[in-house]
Design a protein around this ligand. Structure first.
Ligand SMILES: Cc1cc2nc3c(=O)[nH]c(=O)nc-3n(C[C@H](O)[C@H](O)[C@H](O)COP(=O)(O)O)c2cc1C
Length: 454
């Protein structure tokens, strides 16, 4: 029986060997995970066993490691990994309920091809696809034949047009366009197949798309940028937002700010789910959890530590500093990932960190919330945010994989369930049904219905 109490949504945010930068060195991790399909199959099935709503992979059309130092590169594990849509297409065949969130960039992808890929994934998974819309903070322009990485504002302007265009393409076929009447030889109703004839600032695309309307109408649209234009994009067009917050107050500010923007677009607060990340370091006791954390932190090589720091100090020469010096001020402006820079700046200033404390603070969760403790304490930390206007969902970021996810499913999920905060079984078969999100109407059908009604 479904509980009437408001339910938490859970996503498994999968980073091949685990989220911690040194995870691949841990005895429990799968060191070749990035290209090991059996490993991902196990993770998707574990998350589904725990009745998670979704699995999610981040992505960039480049290796994650942009270390200039050859020593750091030699010790980095994240350069080679699967492309998300093809990965999820395969795993949808060995699961039945869990949703699949694939990250794809509005800066570096093409709208027609992206619409086609995600519509196909939605059919292949029988309605379990979602697109994590990112503008790509990092400059990966050298992998593409373009003059350079567009500025932050330009990337978001393009993203706004991109998302609308993709939704338009998903409406190319109305839901009842296919007649498939063998006897009379009528396959489809041409009045229900549409060219979108889009002409915008960035794109000119006629359509129709060569895939039918996705099973969910549109795959669920997720967004993961928290700057001012990122929040606006989420409020206007997306249904779930992945975010990183350190403190309850910051998370509450973000939650109420983003929810407060929805009315302007004729949307209700529950039409956008807010999902902060959490990096849970588990132990049977508090002491054991801390030891587990200290051990994985001890696996970070100094060259990796400096690479992490340099990533935040873009354009700043750190060669005169030692790790025990107080962290100097971070650069004030960036054209890359604005919200994450603000988050780490606040973290450093609030806690008056040394450079060593700074890299240790972000080596695992990269700015997301870290909770080190017993399963009860992890559940408490989640419930605190869920009950206090800071989260509708959580992106669980296991430090080490596969064990970090298995432990969470076996030890934390039962506690959330006992507290009536999390489902015992899936409510539906599509990702939208499980997330409680409505299936969007086809814009052409809607326009015709409105014309007829007038
Ligand atoms: C949980 C989370 C996951 C993200 N995943 C990605 C990703 O996979 N690829 C990417 O390019 N950016 C990712 N981002 C960053 C942004 O989505 C964003 O496109 C961009 O860097 C600008 O962010 P801003 O609006 O916060 O400045 C992620 C952000 C968060 C909070």
């Amino acid at each position: 029986m479904t509980s009437s109490k408001r339910q938490m949504r859970l996503g498994a945010f999968i980073m091949a060997t685990g989220h911690h930068v040194a995870a691949w060195r841990h005895p429990a991790s799968q060191s070749d995970a990035g290209l090991n399909i059996d490993h991902y199959r196990e993770l998707a099935q574990t998350a589904e066993r725990g009745k998670f709503d979704l699995v999610f992979v981040a992505d960039s059309p480049a290796g994650w490691e942009r270390a200039k130092d050859p020593e750091a590169l030699r010790r980095s594990s994240r350069g080679a990994h699967f492309e998300p849509v093809t990965l999820w297409a395969a795993l949808s065949q060995v699961t039945s309920h869990i949703g699949f969130v694939a990250t794809a960039s509005t800066t570096y992808e093409d709208p027609y091809l992206l619409a086609r890929k995600f519509a196909s994934l939605d059919y292949i998974s029988k309605g379990r696809a979602a697109w994590n819309v990112v503008t790509t903070g990092a400059d990966v322009s050298k992998n593409f034949t373009i003059p350079g990485h567009p500025a932050h504002a330009d990337r978001y302007e393009r993203a706004e047009e991109f998302v609308d265009l993709v939704k338009g393409l998903w409406d190319s076929y109305e839901d009842d366009a296919f007649i498939r009447d063998k006897e009379n030889g009528i396959y489809l109703d041409p009045d229900k197949v549409h060219q979108i004839n889009h002409r915008g600032k960035f794109f000119t695309v006629s359509g129709p798309l060569n895939v039918g309307r996705p099973i969910q109408g549109y795959p669920v649209i997720v967004q993961a940028g928290a700057s001012e234009p990122g929040r606006e994009l989420a409020a206007r067009t997306t249904e779930m937002i992945f975010t990183a917050n350190q403190t309850l107050e910051d998370a509450q500010e973000f939650y109420s700010d983003v929810k407060g923007r929805l009315a302007r677009y004729g949307r209700r607060p529950e039409e956008l789910l807010i999902s902060p990340g959490i990096f849970p370091v588990l132990g049977g006791t508090e002491k054991e959890a801390q030891e587990n954390y200290d051990y994985i932190q001890s696996l970070i090589h100094p060259s990796i530590a400096w690479t992490i720091l340099q990533r935040h100090y873009k354009g700043v020469d750190l060669s005169g500093y030692s790790l025990d010096d107080r962290a100097p001020p971070l650069p004030e402006n960036t054209e890359l990932n604005k919200s994450r820079l603000k988050l780490v700046t606040d973290l450093v200033e609030r806690n008056n960190l040394t450079l060593r404390q700074f890299y240790l603070a972000v080596a695992g969760a990269r700015g997301h919330r870290t909770v080190v403790g017993t399963p009860e304490q992890i559940a408490d930390a989640m419930q605190e945010w869920f009950d206090n206007g800071a989260a509708d969902a959580f992106n669980i970021m296991p430090p080490i994989l596969p064990t970090g996810l298995t432990d969470f499913v076996d030890q934390v999920v039962p506690i959330l369930r006992r507290r009536g905060l999390f489902r015992k079984d899936y409510e539906g078969t599509t990702l939208r049904e499980n997330l409680g999100l409505a299936r969007p109407a086809n814009s052409f059908a809607l326009a015709r219905a409105t014309r007829t009604a007038v």
